[in-house]
Design a protein around this ligand. Structure first.
Ligand code: TXE
Length: 498
């Protein structure tokens, strides 16, 4: 890790006012390091660096093969440093090292995916039917990009932005969450070592509330890619609209997991549990809403309660831990508040609901037990709002139509799961569900080659896949007349106008 944490114009710097922020280990609640906290002036300097580097033209004009090779060198360096990067991610987020290692593998995959994709891109030739005219549509980098990322998958989420932006030839300013800055700092250092030119990838640290305007309320930015909460997404979209800046926002979800009575029992119990309790539920695609057929609901919920109570919770650095604490005291307080509101609304608490009663957990860590509320309905706040924690709600249905209606009864639309052994029923459901990703007899998986993003208030734009690259590009139509001749529109001899 560098000893200064802002990266502007190729140099590591401290904040203009020398300010810093404490970084807390969620497993212990204690401060273990500090990072520089940028001022708005630092953020403006970072934007200026990205703007000047883009406008200079050297980086956007770099041959595609060189940009692809650079992405692969970053991936190679990440692999070499995987253990340390995973440890940093765990210290910062609380997630288990096994999860952090999977995150690093996924970051590697996205880098290699966009390296390969950019090499296969070609111009589109358009036959305009005019002799001598060569017409083609080319893609060019969109320009200066601002990337604002959340704390649940700090490096993974920002890599979904940095990898396609580098592939496309953009310059950028990245801002990780102030809660989890460390892995992005370490990653930007790897990028520099791999040869990312100065000014291409700038980095600032700090709270969105202080840096947000400097990063978004400007004409110097061409694209803002944001992943985070709905309230922040709204603010950023409004600010960007004033500048007609393109925006893509991923704003989480309230994701249904629908279980029909003919679903495979063992995998359904297993995946409903992992779907909601992995990473203590701090996953935008977490399957927090179980929608289960009434005929199996009681037995199914009993099996889930038994499974939830066996989940080994602990410090993410302990290899025995299967899930870690919540990321912050604020998230813990939010879960406690959700539990109270669910009880007040009449949901039945079956397990969890507070701090886990287990030996060995640091009392100052932000642990919250896997929690299941039965007998919920879609009017309850616990069912409508994104909790972003380990809370499963249970709703029951009798007919296919009811299941579909419940699955779509959400303001969000990021992800959904359906479980049935009837292929025709499954296909009807996956086509009927208004969500950006739908799993049939699986849950939670993704690939860098397929688009990720949401319907409804889960946001707009897509990450990953070819669309995730296109977000960082402009298209340009080039009309080249190889045999120019006058059109004589205004000089026609027939009109006698010579
Ligand atoms: O998010 P914020 P928070 C959801 C989840 C969570 C809630 C709030 O429900 O409980 O959002 O989390 C930056 N201009 N998700 O408060 O504030 C901020 O610094 C520019 C879903 O942590 O949206 C951070 O880098 N930037 C989600 C990023 O926005 C601003 C993942 C996200 O923080 C800003 C995380 C501003 N005005 C939370 N204000 C998902 N989609 O996966 C804040 N930021």
């Amino acid at each position: 890790m560098p000893d200064a944490h802002l990266h502007i114009a190729g140099r590591w710097r401290h904040a203009a006012d020398a300010g810093t922020r404490d970084v807390v280990n969620p497993a212990t609640g204690s401060v273990f390091t500090r990072v520089d906290e940028a001022t708005p002036a630092d953020a403006t300097a970072a934007i200026a660096s990205a703007r000047a580097t883009f406008d200079d033209g050297a980086w956007p004009g770099t041959p595609v093969t060189e940009r692809a090779a650079l992405l692969r060198r970053i991936a190679d360096l990440l692999v070499l440093n995987k253990a340390e990067m995973a440890r940093i991610e765990t210290l910062d987020t609380g997630k288990t090292v096994a999860e952090s290692e999977i995150d690093m593998d996924d970051v590697e995959s996205v880098l290699r995916y966009y390296a390969a994709l950019i090499e296969t891109e070609s111009d589109r030739v358009v036959d305009v039917g005019v002799p001598g005219v060569i017409s083609r549509v080319v893609r060019e980098p969109i320009g200066v990009c601002v990337m604002i990322a959340p704390w649940n998958y700090p490096l993974l989420q920002i890599s979904w932005k940095i990898a396609p932006a580098l592939a496309a030839g953009c310059t950028m300013v990245a801002k990780p969450s102030e809660v989890t800055p460390l892995s992005t700092i370490a990653f930007v250092e790897l990028c520099s070592r791999a040869g990312v030119p100065p000014g291409v990838l700038n980095l600032v640290q700090g709270a969105g509330s202080t840096l947000g305007d400097a990063l978004t309320d400007t004409d110097d930015v061409d694209f803002i890619s944001f992943t985070g909460g709905l309230a922040t997404g709204r603010i950023i979209s409004e600010v960007a609209a004033r500048h007609v800046t393109k925006v893509a926002v991923e704003l989480g979800g309230k994701n249904p997991h629908i279980v029909f009575p003919d679903a495979d029992w063992e995998s359904s119990v297993d995946q409903v549990l992992t779907g909601v309790f992995l990473h203590s539920g701090q996953v935008c695609s977490s399957g927090t809403r179980l929608i289960v057929h009434a005929s199996i609901a009681d037995d199914f919920v009993d099996a889930l309660v038994a499974g939830a109570e066996q989940i080994v919770m602990g410090d993410g650095l302990d290899p025995a831990s299967k899930t870690g604490p919540l990321v912050s005291a604020a998230q813990l307080a939010k879960m406690e508040e959700f539990v109270e509101s669910a009880k007040a609304e009449g949901a039945v608490l079956r397990t969890g609901g507070g701090r886990p009663d287990r030996d060995g957990l640091d009392p100052a860590g932000y642990y919250f037990a896997p929690t299941i509320f039965d007998h919920c309905d879609a009017t309850m706040r616990i069912v409508r709002d994104e909790t972003f924690g380990p809370i499963l709600t249970v709703e029951r249905f009798d007919t296919e139509e009811q299941a579909l209606a419940l699955g779509n009864d959400t303001d969000y639309g990021l992800a959904a799961g359906v479980r049935t052994s009837d292929a025709a029923l499954g296909e009807r459901m996956v086509r009927g569900l208004r969500h950006g990703t739908v799993w049939l007899n699986d849950f939670g998986y993704y690939t860098p080659a397929a688009e990720w993003g949401g319907f409804g208030k889960s946001g707009n734009g897509r990450e990953l896949g070819p669309t995730g690259l296109a977000e960082y590009q402009e298209t340009k139509h080039i009309w080249h007349n190889t045999a120019p001749a006058p059109s004589r529109w205004f000089t026609s001899t027939e009109d006698g106008v010579q």
